[in-house]
Design a protein around this ligand. Sequence first.
Ligand code: ATP
Ligand code: MG
Length: 232
Amino acid sequence: MEFHDREKELKRLMRIAEFEPHTIYFIFGPINSGKTALIQEFIRRLPEDFAVFYVNLRGKFITDYHDFVRMLFRFESGRLEEILKGIVKSSTKFLSMKGIPVPEDVIDLIFTKKRTEDVFEFLEEYISRVARDKRLILILDELQVIKDIRIDGMLIYKLFNFFIRLTKELHLCHVFCLTSDILFVERIYNTAMLHGRADYIIVDDFNFETTKEFLRKYGFSDDEISLEILWR
Ligand SMILES: Nc1ncnc2c1ncn2[C@@H]1O[C@H](COP(=O)(O)OP(=O)(O)OP(=O)(O)O)[C@@H](O)[C@H]1O
Ligand SMILES: [Mg+2]
């Protein structure tokens, strides 16, 4: 199905992407409201000097730190240097749907060192290398999957401190977090002390007029449309 409307939200996202990263963005709205579809359309519209890392945690069974790290990365053959060069040289947006590409030995190294800090240090270095040549965006979809994970302290707290570093401190990379769990967002705000360091974009269900327009486009008659909307 063709993407419909959301021009206001897309415009806001594009404006954010144009500027230097300085804030973490939450994108939230009810289940099925179109958050994932919106971010996919946004990625499609980005100019070619962007590189996007998109990680979707939906349906992933994450119980501990190892599961989480495995989700962030994906194996790619070749040495780290070559992988980084590949990202930088690529004229198309590096649209990675399955995590951040690293060679197998890097994953091994990360798993043998148990400290979270090691992973974030590695990622910071990785991201700063790519950021020399590309404008970067990191997207975590279905963030609530990791809401109850504890490692040495709360994972969420450490993760968001890392995001603050990427945005407000180093201005290296845009960070977008998608979730339908508003209570969870509130909790992150408080535990990770995000006041003044994060902002949000609401993706609400389409309103009456937009729904009507959408249904018309797909060939529904006005009678059918009023029925359809009545039933919602
Ligand atoms: N603007 C749009 N135009 C056309 N189709 C859309 C649009 N937004 C969403 N959809 C469709 O509606 C369905 C739900 O959208 P999507 O999966 O993006 O919602 P979501 O908010 O990410 O849901 P969840 O909370 O489950 O993650 C999908 O099939 C998607 O393709
Ligand atoms: Mg979604």
